[in-house]
Design a binder for this molecule. Structure first.
Ligand code: ZN
Length: 368
């Protein structure tokens, strides 16, 4: 028996920053007294929290909505881990592996002098502020190196297509959106059927076949690209990696020693989750980017609604939905922005879906 573990609860109609409440751990389930909700352990999925490398997030579905709880403090997390039946919660073994791996990484670099310097900064600053400060000082060349390294390991797992009509079509939209960027972007297509796109540090954007199949207009693709581009521009992935690699690794990065920490970081990017704040930031700044480049932003709404429908009832959405317990709120925010910032001379882009998919199929066969 326990009297309740202090948690932050995220769900439909709850506060965006989470509601502070308690949960009771019973032999086969978690009970949320305030919300009269019972969640069996078999319904839960464990994830690693994004802005705190060892934080436990537990997600589940209830009536078509994703709910999530995180322990309110380190003691609550310890209690939760102690009381939870480890084998019954999906992803828990992976969570333990990842957090353990990261703590080893942390130990291996923790004795460097750089850590002392950063510790001084941390005493004065909030952790997130320190991470942003560090991310802002990582040389562009280092960021490119990290991106290339991750791309290299990705290529060993998936065949990527980087030429042909399909790539050109994506590149055309991407180039228009990034013409004023300090980054030199690369556009790749993957034959993965999952409806997804993601960005690596340094401006490498990978779009899955599944996304091209699901999108019915170039403006929908542009909406997703604008969002991913902003993850690059705002250095979200880099910040994630810095947070989860430990601050000492970050200092080495600032000093330009990419090799020392690249291996640590490379394996983390494929499983990255952004914070709700980073996702909202990428949405809003993505909309600004679309408006600025005269691309009708309505495509973003259309596509997000399709995604909401496609991933209804599933905890494991693609990158841009993954950390959002409530996608509906996000769509609402996008619609509000469009209403408040009408773009009268924004245009609909041309898109020959059939030719694009046929070309991708052809290049894929060649790449094999
Ligand atoms: Zn995103």
């Amino acid at each position: 028996m326990n009297n309740g573990v202090s948690i932050l609860l995220f769900g439909p109609e709850l506060h965006n920053a989470g509601e502070l409440t308690t949960c009771v751990i019973e032999p086969d389930r978690i009970y949320l007294p305030t919300y009269k909700q019972n969640v069996n352990f078999s319904e839960l999925e464990a994830r690693v929290g994004s802005f705190d490398h060892n934080q436990l997030q537990l997600c589940w579905q209830n009536q078509g909505h994703t709910w999530m709880l995180i322990p309110a403090n380190p003691d609550a997390q310890k209690t939760l881990i102690k009381l939870m039946p480890k084998n019954e919660v999906a992803g828990f073994a992976k969570w333990k592996r990842e957090t353990l791996g990261q703590s080893l990484v942390w130990k291996s670099v923790a004795y460097s002098l750089c850590t002392l310097a950063l510790a001084a900064i941390l005493l004065v600053w909030q952790y997130d502020t320190a991470v942003s400060w560090v991310a802002g000082r990582v040389p562009l060349a280092t960021e490119y190196k990290i991106g290339e390294s991750v791309l290299g390991s990705l290529k060993t797992q998936t065949a990527l297509v980087d030429k042909g009509i399909s790539v050109d079509a994506v590149k055309k939209i991407g180039d228009r959106l990034t013409k004023d960027s300090p980054y030199k972007y690369q556009w790749h297509l993957s034959n993965d059927p999952a409806i997804n796109a993601f960005a690596l540090p340094g401006g490498i954007v990978i779009v899955n076949k599944g996304l091209l199949e699901k999108a019915d207009s170039a403006n929908e693709v542009a909406g997703v690209l604008a969002h991913e581009i902003q993850h690059v521009e705002q250095r979200h992935a880099l910040k994630n990696m810095i947070t989860s690699s430990g601050i000492a690794a970050a200092v080495l990065l600032v000093l330009g020693d990419a090799n020392a920490v690249m291996m640590i970081m490379a394996h983390q990017v494929s499983a990255q989750y952004f914070s709700r704040q980073a996702e909202a930031d990428a949405d809003m700044k993505g909309l600004v980017l679309l408006n600025k480049n005269k691309i009708d932003p309505q495509g973003m709404v259309v596509f997000f609604k399709k995604m909401q429908e496609a991933y209804k009832g599933k905890a494991n959405g693609p990158e841009w939905m993954s950390s959002h317990p409530d996608t509906a709120n996000r769509i609402q925010a996008i619609e509000n922005f469009i209403k408040e910032h009408p773009c009268t001379d924004c245009e609909k882009l041309k898109w020959d879906k059939k030719a694009i998919l046929a070309s991708l199929e052809k290049e894929k066969t060649k790449a094999k």
